[in-house]
Ligand binder design. Structure first.
Ligand SMILES: Cc1cc2nc3c(=O)[nH]c(=O)nc-3n(C[C@H](O)[C@H](O)[C@H](O)COP(=O)(O)O)c2cc1C
Length: 194
């Protein structure tokens, strides 16, 4: 993927939706294979929590192998992203309900939200791939807020299990690259509701 003949520089924040990590990291690998230069960032929880979906160090090792650089894991490391013009687009995939709430309310207390805030100071696009069991409940207002903010774009999402988890929403990460391409042109990929 290229923008004006140079590779797209994508920040890629992972937050603590551990069951969607594999899909997110696979999507990251596809972006890299298609020519994106990827700057990986993890929230504190994403970088430190071992779960039944894998231990934190193994996730970090795989991400660093794909991106060829260390994962940004502190607010201090994420802060220069905007001032040093390090990214053309910032992806948050997966994006938890917790991180969406922070982004919607300007709370900046993890490396992931710091990366978004720092990137946004230059007015460039942010892509959100939501994954949260309360998407149609407590997080719905935050999704609505973010959709109304300038520079925010959403990876199309759906209810992933309307019988057992009627409020749960999850982005379709197979559409990440198309969403990024559209966002770089200032367009929301449609349909956003799958
Ligand atoms: C195994 C496991 C799976 C989780 N899955 C999700 C999820 O899919 N979506 C979500 O919003 N939170 C999920 N959480 C909760 C978040 O990890 C938690 O809210 C955390 O504070 C998020 O922090 P972060 O947004 O800074 O990464 C999960 C937690 C655990 C332990």
């Amino acid at each position: 993927m290229e923008k004006e003949k140079s590779p797209v520089r994508a920040g890629f924040c992972l937050t603590g939706s551990f069951c969607t990590f594999k899909n997110a990291v696979d999507a990251m690998a596809r972006l890299k294979n298609n020519g994106c230069d990827i700057l990986p960032i993890m929230s504190y929880n994403a970088a430190s929590t071992d779960t039944r979906f894998g231990d934190a160090e193994s996730h970090i090792r795989r991400i660093e192998a794909i991106c060829g650089r260390p994962v940004i894991r502190t607010i201090e490391q994420a802060e220069p992203i905007g001032p040093k013009n390090m990214t053309d687009i910032m992806i948050v995939a997966p994006c938890t309900g917790n991180t969406m709430a922070k982004l919607a309310n300007s709370i900046t207390d993890t490396p992931a939200v710091m990366a978004v805030k720092s990137h946004l100071r230059t007015g460039k696009p942010v892509v959100i791939a939501c994954a949260t069991n309360d998407g149609l409940a407590g997080s719905f207002k935050n999704i609505g807020k973010l959709m109304n903010y300038r520079n925010y774009y959403f990876v199309p999402f759906r209810q992933d299990d309307f019988v057992k988890k009627p409020s749960s929403l999850v982005a379709d990460l197979s559409l990440l690259e198309q969403t990024v391409q559209a966002a770089l042109s200032g367009r929301q990929l449609q349909p956003v509701l799958l």
